[in-house]
Design a protein around this ligand. Structure first.
Ligand code: IFM
Length: 443
């Protein structure tokens, strides 16, 4: 953990021995093979095929064709030196209608993926839900329907039984906040609804699904650990006024505490709940006993960090730091230090993994801006470790260029370039840089 001199003479920040250098992807964003080997449709298949929903009419039908290129992609990960790989399972590939009969070919794909990782010395980190709700369940209301939490836990149980002997780290949900804010409020992600009240019900059912899946996990023989991956953004007042400070506290409740508190403290924050009218559907959705299920012990927390949030005295968001090709990003590496140390201070000494961190850039191959971004964030992570945070691993987003949801293929987040016409993979400057970081165990 001590800074040492590297050959160039610059001080190097060494990470703890065994630090989990990793990269992340998700199923719909890279797999393709949307209609093969018995996979059922998800809400994202339906949404992306609706005219005008995704930039340039793109879909995940082929994406990075990872389903057919599994061995090559596993070798690519090995050549980078990855120690950890976070991927998600497409629920409708395993259960084409979301429940009932298991699709053996779908399960086999993930089994081969887990085996291929282990053979190459890479630890699998599995996310169970990265937004691809089976369409058959959406037709029954999807996450608006309380039963979806149970269907999710049943699917999770299927996966724990199938892969529990090989997977050390499980994540139930990826970024429930994005489903709520973008899928159900802005309506620019699947399933494309614009109803804030309904969105909050969906948020509750997602949390309940998490809790039931954790319960199911405890009942299996799996030897791994389980938690969720939350997108978190430290919030700050944009100026010194009391009004801005108040708005920053409110923004913190909405951005962070409404997810962290139920999961890690077993209750919604009182100030956030107070913003829900007495007749809000959320209030009826919260049943006796839910808090205990949602707040059952987690073994670790996944942190997706993309930047900070600054708010004025009127509650408007302002950008005080540079952005990226993804204009919602406010790039502020210090925010990562603040976030990691805040989690330790307010929620206890939980093991943490950075499950996503990265930026989109228009620089196709010489992505020096991404190298700077990653280096600065790793330096902030290192500082947090020195401050006593139990940060065990880091998964950059993303291993390779992929389908960036409503932005289609127009935003590139990978350290490996994908030519979507030929599916050729080529290291960007950031991939070569990251390989060196991993080899040296430091930046
Ligand atoms: O691509 C997404 C990912 O699916 C979830 N977190 C943010 C990434 C970049 O927008």
């Amino acid at each position: 953990m001590k800074p040492v001199q590297n050959p160039s003479g610059a001080p190097e920040l060494r990470f703890p021995e065994g630090f989990g250098w990793g990269a992340a992807t998700s199923a719909y964003q890279i797999e393709g093979a949307a209609n093969e080997d018995g996979r059922g449709p998800s809400v994202w298949d339906v949404f992306s095929h609706r005219p005008g929903r995704v930039r340039e009419g793109a879909t995940g039908d082929v994406a990075a064709d990872h389903y057919h290129r599994l061995t090559g992609d596993l070798d690519l990960m090995r050549d980078l030196g990855l120690r950890s790989y976070r991927f998600s399972i497409a629920w409708p590939r395993v259960l084409p209608t979301g429940r009932g009969t298991v699709n053996a070919k779908g399960l086999d794909f993930y089994s081969r993926l887990a085996d291929g990782l282990l053979e190459r010395g890479i630890a699998p980190v599995v996310t169970l839900f990265h937004w691809d709700t089976p369409q058959a369940l959406q037709e029954l209301g999807g996450w608006e329907n309380r039963d979806c939490a149970k269907w999710f836990a049943d699917y999770a149980h299927t996966m724990f039984t199938a892969l529990g002997d090989r997977v050390p780290t499980w994540l139930t949900l990826n970024e429930p906040k994005t489903v709520v804010d973008v899928g159900y409020t802005a309506g620019t992600h699947a399933p494309g609804k614009q109803d804030r009240q309904l969105a909050n019900v969906v948020g509750h059912h997602l949390l309940l699904g998490h809790g039931l899946a954790v319960q199911a996990f405890r009942g299996t023989a799996g030897k791994g650990r389980i938690g969720a991956a939350l997108s978190l953004s430290p919030t700050y007042p944009a100026d010194d006024s009391a009004a801005a400070r108040l708005q920053a506290t409110r923004a913190d409740a909405e951005e962070n505490r409404r997810w962290l508190d139920p999961l890690l403290l077993g209750r919604y924050p009182a100030d956030w709940l107070a913003t829900q009218p007495a007749d809000a559907p959320l209030r009826a959705a919260i049943k006796d006993g839910d808090a205990a299920v949602i707040g059952a012990r987690n073994d670790l927390l996944g942190v997706n960090y993309y930047g900070t949030t600054h708010v004025t005295g009127t509650g408007s968001r302002v950008m005080l730091h540079p952005t990226s090709q993804a204009t919602w990003q406010e790039i502020d590496p210090n925010g990562l230090f603040d976030l990691l140390t805040r989690i330790k201070r307010d929620y206890g000494d939980l093991p943490l993994t950075i499950t996503e961190n990265g930026m989109a850039t228009t620089n196709p191959m010489q992505d020096q801006d991404r190298v700077t971004f990653l280096r600065d964030h790793l330096a902030a992570a290192h500082r947090a470790i020195q401050a006593g945070v139990r940060l065990e691993s880091y998964h950059l987003w993303s291993l390779m260029d992929n389908f960036e949801w409503a932005e289609g293929y127009t935003q590139r987040w990978g350290i490996v370039h994908v030519d979507f016409a030929t599916q050729k993979r080529t290291h960007k400057a950031s991939a070569d840089w990251y390989r060196t970081v991993i080899a040296r165990n430091g930046v």
